[in-house]
Design a protein around this ligand. Structure first.
Ligand code: NDP
Length: 326
C-alpha cells in the first residue's frame, strides 16, 4: 500500500535499490562534483562582493606565509587566484622561517590594524619555534577567516554565529548540496585534528538543518577502526595516510568524503609524485554510493569557503562601522 504519493514512494524505492546495487553489483560510486559545487558557492558571492565594492568597501584578505614550504606556497598562490577571480583584494606577506614568534605576532597586529584587511590568515604549518596556538589566539575573531581563534571555536561548539573553519564547513556544504544530507545519519570521522576532525564533529552534531548527525570520531588510539568505519552512512577520512581506507572498511552504499592530500612517489609523473587521498579510491568507489575525488575534491571547497568567510568578514566590518556611526 502507498503511504505517500505514488511518485514519492516510487522515488524512495528507486533510491533504496540504487543504494543496494552500488555495493552488490559493483556499480561505481557517484563521484561528487566538487568543482561544480565550489563554483556554485562562489557564484552566490558575486552580488555581495559587488555591493561591497559599490559602497567603497572592497573585501580584502591578507595571507602570511612563514618559510618556504613548497606545498604551503602552492596553497597560498591558489588562495590569491581565487581572490582575483572574485574581485577580492589580496595581499601576501612572505616572512623568513627565522622570524621570531614575537616578531610574527607584532606583524599580525600591524596587518589587522589596517581597515582594508577584512580577513587575515597565517598559512600552517609554522616552524617549530612558533606556537600555532598563540598565532590563532592573536588574530581578531572578526578577521579570523580560518575560524581557528578560540572565540570562533567556542561559538562553533555552541552553534552560535561566527567564522566556521573552511574545510569542515566546506564538507558540510558538499554533503548538503550533493543531496547527501548528514541529517539523521551516522557520520564516522577518522582524524581528530583541530582543523578538520574536531570541528567537523562540532558542526555536524549541531541541532540544525544540514547537521543533526550522530557522530563518531576515531583516531590513532581507536581500537578496531574498521568495525566503526563500516557502521558509517557517511565516512570522512582526514588522517593524512595515503589510501589507508580500503573497501572492506566501508559500508555498502556509504558516502565517502576523502579529505587526505598525500604526495606519493610516482616516477611516471613529471613532478616525481602524485596526490592521493586517504581512501583507496578505485576499490572504495566500487562499494560506496558516492565519493569525493583527490585531487579536485574537498580542497576546492576549502578555498570556496575561505572566500565566503572573507566576504562575510568585510560585511561584518561594514555593519560594525555603521553601528558605531549611529
Ligand atoms: P593531522 O596529522 O593533524 O591529523 C591526523 C589525524 O588522523 C589525527 O587525529 C590522527 O590521530 C589520525 N590518524 C592518523 N593515523 C591514523 C590511523 N592509522 N588510524 C586512525 N587515525 C589515524 O592531519 P590534518 O587533520 O591536518 O589533515 C588530515 C589530512 O587532510 C592530510 O592529508 C591533510 O593534508 C589533509 N587536509 C586537506 C585539506 C583540504 O582542503 N583538502 C585541508 C586540511 C587538511 P591522533 O590524533 O591519535 O594522532
Amino acid at each position: 500500500m502507498w503511504t505517500s504519493t505514488p511518485r514519492a514512494a516510487t522515488n524512495k524505492v528507486i533510491r533504496r535499490l540504487t543504494t543496494l546495487c552500488h555495493g552488490a553489483m559493483g556499480m561505481p560510486a557517484q563521484v561528487i562534483d566538487c568543482g561544480r559545487i565550489a563554483a556554485q558557492v562562489k557564484a552566490e558571492l558575486k552580488d555581495r562582493v559587488l555591493k561591497l565594492h559599490m559602497s567603497g568597501n572592497a573585501p580584502g584578505l591578507a595571507v602570511v606565509l612563514v618559510g618556504d614550504d613548497p606545498a604551503s606556497k602552492v596553497y597560498v598562490n591558489m588562495k590569491a587566484k581565487e581572490c582575483r577571480e572574485l574581485g577580492i583584494n589580496s595581499k601576501q606577506q612572505n616572512l623568513p622561517a627565522t622570524i621570531t614568534e614575537d616578531e610574527l605576532l607584532r606583524n599580525l597586529d600591524y596587518l589587522q590594524a589596517d581597515p582594508k584587511v577584512h580577513g587575515l590568515l597565517v598559512q600552517m604549518p609554522l616552524p617549530d619555534h612558533i606556537s600555532e596556538t598563540k598565532v590563532m589566539e592573536r588574530i581578531d575573531p572578526d578577521k579570523d577567516v580560518d575560524g581557528f581563534n578560540p572565540i570562533n571555536v567556542g561559538r562553533m561548539l555552541m552553534g552560535a554565529p561566527g567564522m566556521l573553519p573552511c574545510t569542515p564547513h566546506g564538507i558540510q556544504q558538499l554533503l548538503v548540496r550533493s543531496g547527501n544530507t548528514p541529517e539523521g545519519k551516522h557520520v564516522v570521522i577518522v582524524g581528530r585534528s583541530n582543523i578538520v576532525g574536531k570541528p567537523m564533529a562540532a558542526i555536524l552534531v549541531q541541532k540544525a538543518a544540514g547537521a543533526n548527525a550522530t557522530v563518531t570520531v576515531c583516531h590513532s588510539a581507536t581500537k578496531d577502526l574498521a568495525s566503526l568505519t563500516r557502521q558509517a552512512d557517511v565516512l570522512i577520512a582526514a588522517m593524512g595516510r595515503p589510501q589507508f581506507i580500503k573497501a572492506d572498511m566501508v559500508n555498502e552504499g556509504a558516502v565517502v568524503v576523502d579529505v587526505g592530500m598525500n604526495r606519493v612517489e610516482d616516477a611516471k609523473s613529471e613532478k616525481g609524485y602524485r596526490l592521493v587521498g586517504d581512501a583507496d579510491f578505485e576499490a572504495v568507489s566500487r562499494k560506496a554510493k558516492a565519493i569525493t575525488p583527490v585531487p579536485g575534491g574537498v580542497g576546492l571547497m576549502t578555498r570556496a569557503m575561505l572566500m565566503v568567510n572573507t566576504v562575510r568578514a568585510a560585511e561584518v566590518a561594514v555593519e560594525k562601522a555603521q553601528a558605531r556611526r549611529r
